[in-house]
Design a protein around this ligand. Structure first.
Ligand SMILES: *Cc1c(COP(=O)(O)O)cnc(C)c1O
Length: 205
């Protein structure tokens, strides 16, 4: 497993970027079509403390919320995040809508689909996805930009990625967040526009 000191993180990051570019080219795509989202499992309180200063130092930095979001954290997420990738239920949509009105800013939103129907995971069920996506589009307009999924561990992720890509196409949504350290190359072959990579950059937790 990669180490986690700063220079090895920089090396890991370079390697991951190279692999992303290679995978894009193999898929007949341009490397710029794929955005790397570097995932550290930071606690929300830490993000709230650190991110404003980081954003000032690195103005192009974008903060994505990729972990399951509790309704009572929606306001913090709307205030801090550029992208919320885990919109997955009507009550959370209510809370995000209210927070957008109060904060006067709207992050980009992705609907998370629980493609493997895993009870412990967040995400709307496949069978409810079309209706939920339509509801979110009606509420949030173009802030609703795409879809996200985390396929079950130990299963071939390709059919999950293909399903999500098909859903995004049907709904005219351009952002597809799929693929992690173990499977981002497969995800890129299936059309991922964003890959979320943690351990291959920061080391095993
Ligand atoms: C942890 C996490 C990742 C990154 O996973 P790695 O396997 O460490 O790359 C991506 N997406 C989500 C939702 C995660 O929780």
């Amino acid at each position: 497993m990669p180490d986690a000191n700063d220079s090895s993180i920089a090396d890991n990051l370079r390697r991951v970027r190279d692999r992303i570019a290679d995978a894009a080219i193999r898929a007949g795509r341009r490397p710029e079509e794929v955005t790397l989202v570097a995932v550290s499992k930071t606690k929300p309180e830490e993000a709230a403390g650190k991110f404003p200063a980081l954003r000032e130092a690195f103005p192009t930095l974008r903060l994505h919320v990729v972990g399951g979001l509790q309704t009572n954290k929606a306001r913090d997420a709307v205030r801090l995040a550029d992208v919320i990738e885990t919109l997955d239920r009507p009550r959370l949509a209510d809370a995000i809508e209210a927070a957008i009105a109060r904060e006067g800013r709207a992050p980009t939103l992705l609907v998370e689909v629980n493609t493997g129907a895993e009870p412990q995971k967040s995400g709307v069920a496949r069978g409810d996805a079309d209706r939920f996506i339509e509801e979110c589009r009606a509420r949030f307009g173009t802030a609703l930009a795409g879809l996200m999924c985390v396929p079950p561990m130990g299963e071939d992720p390709a059919p999950h990625f293909a399903w999500l890509a098909d859903r995004a196409t049907r709904h005219g949504l351009g952002v597809l967040s799929m693929g992690m350290s173990a499977d981002f190359e497969t995800a890129i072959a299936c059309g991922a526009t964003h890959v979320r990579v943690g351990s291959a950059i920061f080391g095993a937790r």
